[in-house]
Design a protein. Structure first.
Length: 445
């Protein structure tokens, strides 16, 4: 039977200029996303709230929400343009092979402290990844600083200090090195060992990694960034435990997270294994919502669990990986792809996979629409579940408060939202819930 790689052997030709193709795809994606941004920016010029929520949102809040969304859109345009120029410079000036050579030099310099087994292409790939990560982080510092300490600060959302910002960044790099190294090494070793037959082995490996991550991230990683405090006994805890018991949700722990030390945005989520779940509430959520409204938000989250949305999303992700890996297997030995980018003597698996992902971008853009469509469908279903549990009114009021407090976009261009939003916007969710305003919702209710 002819393999996929053999079927697409015609793509391995010196006459194909892969650099030009990838540059074309990169610019094309930028143009498409900028077009979507411009469509959305026109919507953000509106001075009146959508009729379905005009009773729920004061003119002052709506104006501020529009201003915040415009500021984020302007920042997004600048950062995406900067990213485009950065990517074009990397491609045009062959910075990939130069960084690969730098990673090899660093590896040789560390030879005295590394085990003898760590001297091959996989080890050099690790040095390449982390060298690139550090360089990218340093280059992106001004944008990150502006986003947190200018844009978010301007609208009253930023609560973190410079020290906390730097600490988070250093912790992130450290964790990615410690935990990322074995994952990347395993990823590359599987492809190296199984060659173009790697697909299902690698899918299984990534599935196991994700399941392990779901276990250790909430218990070992997230506490490095936030303080988790058990929810105190009282009305809220009793109400949550009652809801969990009624829905047969395997709740074992209830935590409050100090999200307010970084931002005034609110959230709630659950984590854990199928038989042992923990619910995490942002302190800002509790502060701005009544007990009934907070429980309604958790009824929505439990709806995701009850309706098996996580297993469905994992299955969808596995299908996504199958498509990526299947197509990548056709490029795994494509010498012309490597030589187009200055890799004449070596053909590192990592570099080939990175370049393939650039080729895959047009397909990825199309898949984004599908993924968001499914995600929004799940949000509607979870809202309906909470409504069926008797929390339609409370969930609606909580969504309004969350939207007001977070200055979320209250109107969106349909094409922009289809591509960028994994959640329906407020008017869409309220309409689906059948919410009819009786009294204007206030922040302090």
């Amino acid at each position: 039977m002819i393999s996929l790689a053999e079927s697409f052997a015609f793509l391995d030709s010196p006459s194909i200029n892969w650099k030009t193709i990838i540059i074309g795809f990169t610019v094309g994606q930028y143009v498409f996303e900028t077009y979507l941004d411009l469509r959305q920016y026109r919507v953000l010029q509106s001075k009146t709230a959508p009729k379905s929520i005009e009773k729920e949102v004061s003119q002052e809040t709506f104006d501020k929400s529009q201003e915040y969304s415009r500021a984020k859109a302007q920042f997004s345009f600048f950062s995406s343009t900067f990213s485009l120029l950065q990517n074009l410079a990397i491609l045009k000036y062959d910075l990939l092979p130069k960084t690969w050579t730098l990673a090899g030099t660093i590896m040789k310099g560390c030879a005295a402290i590394l085990p003898k087994a760590m001297s091959g292409v996989i080890t050099q790939s690790l040095f390449f990844v982390f060298t690139t990560q550090i360089l990218t982080t340093l280059i992106g510092l001004p944008l990150s600083y502006y986003k947190n300490f200018v844009l978010e600060e301007r609208f009253g959302f930023n609560k973190q200090t410079i020290g906390l910002w730097v600490s988070d960044m250093l912790k992130g790099i450290g964790i990615s090195i410690v935990l990322g190294s074995p994952v990347i090494a395993g990823f590359l070793k599987i492809i190296e060992y199984f060659d173009d037959k790697f697909i299902f082995y690698l899918m299984g490996f990534i599935l196991v990694v994700n399941l392990i991550a779901m276990t250790i991230v909430p218990t070992l990683i997230m506490p490095l960034f936030n303080k988790f405090t058990p929810l105190e006994d009282g009305e809220l805890k009793t109400a949550i435990e009652k809801l969990a018991s009624e829905q047969k949700f395997p709740l074992t722990k209830l935590f409050v997270i100090d999200g307010s030390k970084r931002s005034s945005h609110s959230n709630a989520y659950f984590t854990g294994l199928p038989w042992s779940k923990q619910i995490v509430l942002f302190d800002t959520l509790i502060e701005h919502n009544s007990t009934e409204e907070t429980v309604a938000v958790l009824a929505h989250e439990i709806g995701h669990w009850k309706l098996n949305h996580l297993p469905k999303m994992i299955t969808m992700m596995q299908g996504h990986l199958f498509l990526i890996f299947s197509l990548y297997s056709a490029f795994i030995h494509n010498k012309s792809l490597y030589t187009s980018f200055g890799f004449i003597k070596q053909q590192p698996i990592l570099i080939g996979f990175m370049l393939f992902n650039d080729i895959f971008q047009p397909v990825e853009c199309l898949l984004t629409f599908v993924q968001n469509l499914i995600s929004r469908k799940h949000e509607y279903e979870a809202d309906k579940y909470a409504s069926d549990c008797g929390y339609s009114e409370e969930l609606s009021r909580s969504l309004i408060k969350l939207s007001n407090e977070n200055l979320s976009s209250m109107n969106a261009d349909w094409l922009f939202s289809s591509y960028h939003y994994s959640h329906p916007i407020l008017p869409e969710r309220l309409s689906a819930l059948g919410y009819v305003s009786k009294v204007k919702v206030k922040k302090d209710e």
